[in-house]
Design a protein around this ligand. Structure first.
Ligand SMILES: [Zn+2]
Length: 197
């Protein structure tokens, strides 16, 4: 597990982030998918706007993620095999997904029409990485993250376990149970569509 043994991921519009680390001549091992909120409003062009923001950052502010996701699109900013500057402690072996919206969202906010579309896009994107890197469709506990298990976590957990940042996204009302169920749904659908056992 961890090495890219499954099918390639989808091709999204690519807006290259200014900050990332190129893993030269090596296949990167990925063990966690990290969910973030952009701390940007739920708009139709938020993924595009944040991708442009990552591209235009000055040298004093290093930040990036693999995918920026909103209700109607996904923009890739860092290639799968490159390391994003997203959550210290889980950068070198993480895939980072930035979701439109705020960590402060309530449960009601996470179930509005916009969030439902966003979460479907994010779950499908996470599913392709579970397939590519042979990862369990599982929300890890902090103990499991610390122990080196494979799965899906929030940025806040990387903060709590590795203590190298202060970010608390995607927030305490992120709908983990339904999200993981949708990741599993899209994972099985992708396998079926590809005729994989
Ligand atoms: Zn974050």
């Amino acid at each position: 597990m961890g090495l890219p043994t499954g099918p390639d991921t989808d091709t999204f519009p690519f807006v290259k982030a200014k900050w990332f680390t190129d893993i030269v001549n090596q296949k990167r091992e990925v063990r966690v998918i990290v969910i973030h909120t952009m701390e940007a409003p739920e708009k139709d062009k938020t993924a595009e706007n944040v991708a442009n923001f990552f591209q235009g950052l000055p040298s004093t502010k290093k930040a990036s993620a693999h995918l920026c996701i909103d209700n109607n699109s996904i923009i890739q900013c860092v290639l799968d095999n490159d390391v994003a500057f997203a959550a210290p402690g889980a950068n070198h072996n993480g895939i980072h997904l930035e979701l439109a919206g705020f960590a402060a969202q309530s449960s009601a906010d996470w179930s509005d029409v916009y969030s439902k579309a966003l979460l479907e896009n994010a779950a499908n994107a996470a599913a392709q990485y579970c397939l590519k890197y042979d990862l369990p469709r599982k929300h890890l506990s902090n103990d499991e993250l610390e122990a080196g298990d494979e799965g899906i976590v929030g940025h806040v957990q990387v903060t709590e376990v590795f203590k190298k940042s202060t970010h608390t996204d995607p927030g305490k009302h992120f709908p983990w149970t339904t999200f993981i169920a949708r990741v599993e749904h899209f994972y099985q659908k992708r396998k079926n569509d590809l005729g994989l056992p």
